[in-house]
Design a protein. Sequence first.
Length: 141
Amino acid sequence: MQKAIFAVAVSVGLAVVPPCVAIAQNPTNQTPAPKIIEVSAKKYEFTPNEIRVKQGTRVELKVHSEDETHGMKLSVYAEGTKDKGKPGLLFDQPGENGKVTKGVDQVLDFVAQESGTYDFKCAKLCGLGHDRMKGKLVVEP
Ligand SMILES: [Cu+2]
């Protein structure tokens, strides 16, 4: 009788262990990995200058300056929704948005919460073409 119980316990154990391992390797109830998008910045453009993501995506924008130091500043309100309630882009660290640090790639980590078009622009006065150094983030529903 004890042997039978032992055998059941072992087979239950074997049946249970593999799913546990699978869950540990691929956690389903944690935040999904961010969508990493690399953007390069140089006088006077961002590449790409139009970025498209799906609504609800966690985005990590890595902004690398190629010539002198630039920075990206995203509008957190979609076009046409300014001053109406909550921002559509939820930043982990709002202070990173528009921050310019020489020699350091800027990392903008946010959730694209609401669909719409969000303008971005260069955060540092970098020369005569600075005002046209901009682009768009399109969050698709
Ligand atoms: Cu600039």
